[in-house]
Design a protein around this ligand. Structure first.
Ligand SMILES: Nc1nc2c(c(=O)[nH]1)N[C@H]1C(S)=C(S)[C@@H](COP(=O)(O)O)O[C@H]1N2
Ligand SMILES: [Mo]
Length: 304
């Protein structure tokens, strides 16, 4: 994967949204200059273009932190930011169990010692809106490797905190709680799959899944489970919350695919939050170059 797909800026340098945007402008100008010269010969142009476009499209911090899906904090888009205080991200730990040689718990303080980097990803929700988010995080494979996955491990299951006393949304049976998601092992180990701990260089707010959540940019948003407390490695596909709630609407794979429609609406267009005109939705959300090989022998209409 070309290095250019991941602009990395140490989080220590990022202090505010304004400074962030200014530095991005500077990087854009520099890379434009470079592209006009010898670097154009080295960089695959599609990648350079999409990277260039992404930098122009970053969603505002306000939209990213006030337009959310997090049913534990309420079912409307504005609920999670209003009810953010229900979720207490400290103390926190993640328990890793199942098919690993070294099962155990890791405290958030130790998780945060894993070096992070910035990854600007397009995100696409099943509800046909999308954002471009500058995540701060590390590859999930870095965390999983600490627990030494066994060869029989084929899938990973993730669970959100279960706390109906404080998380009022969990008192309503919209979904089976806790929220559960899953990935195939090769998807989990893929370098694009991120454990995010921040946005715009700031710590994750509760509405975005503090203190740590999953981000898989080629899949629909619901795969990106928030506020993770449990990870289990399995030899079978885990049952996931949305798949249990509506199996014909939410498949296990949930790869962004403009040709596979939700039974109640088409999936070939999307509205980028902050924009008016609708955009065409891209296969694998535009990450096909990096991930298509994971699914090369699969019928993606059957395994949606
Ligand atoms: N625990 C939990 N994780 C969740 C959800 C949820 O309701 N609960 N919603 C999902 C959905 S549908 C989307 S689109 C994304 C939204 O993430 P964002 O609010 O950070 O953009 O979170 C996903 N992760
Ligand atoms: Mo979503």
């Amino acid at each position: 994967m070309p290095k250019t797909s991941f602009p990395t800026i140490p989080s220590s340098e990022i202090t505010s949204e304004e400074k962030f945007i200014n530095r991005r402008d500077f990087i854009q100008k520099t890379s434009q200059g470079l592209l006009a010269s010898s670097a154009a010969l080295i960089l695959p142009s599609a990648m350079a273009d999409s990277e260039f476009n992404l930098k122009h499209e970053i969603t505002s911090y306000k939209d990213i932190t006030t337009y959310n899906n997090f049913y534990e904090l309420g079912t409307s888009k504005s609920d999670p930011s209003k009810n953010a205080k229900w979720l207490k991200p400290h103390p926190w730990s993640i328990e890793v169990s199942g098919l690993v040689n070294k099962p155990g718990k890791i405290d958030i303080e130790d998780i945060l010692k894993i070096p992070t980097e910035e990854r600007v990803y397009r995100m696409r929700c099943v509800e046909r809106w999308s954002m471009v988010i500058p995540w701060e995080g590390f590859e999930l494979n870095k965390l999983l490797q600490k627990f030494e996955p066994k060869a029989e491990a084929k899938y990973v299951e993730f669970k959100t905190i279960l706390d109906p006393e404080n998380l009022y949304g969990q008192r309503f049976p919209v979904l089976q709680w806790p929220y559960v998601e899953g990935l195939r092992m090769d998807e989990a180990m893929h370098p694009l799959t991120l454990m995010a701990t921040g946005i715009y260089g700031k710590k994750l707010l509760s509405q975005n899944g503090a203190p740590i959540r999953l981000v898989i940019p080629w899949k629909y948003g619901f795969k990106g489970i928030k506020s993770i407390q449990k990870i289990r490695l399995l030899d079978r596909e885990p049952r996931t919350s949305w798949n249990k709630a509506a199996p014909n609407e939410y498949g296990f794979y949930a790869n962004v695919n403009p040709k596979v429609h939700h039974p109640r609406w088409r999936q070939n267009k999307e509205r980028r939050i902050g924009e008016f005109r609708r955009r065409k939705t891209l296969l694998f959300n535009g990450y096909q170059e990096q991930v298509a090989s994971l699914y090369k022998d699969m019928d993606l209409k059957k395994y949606f």
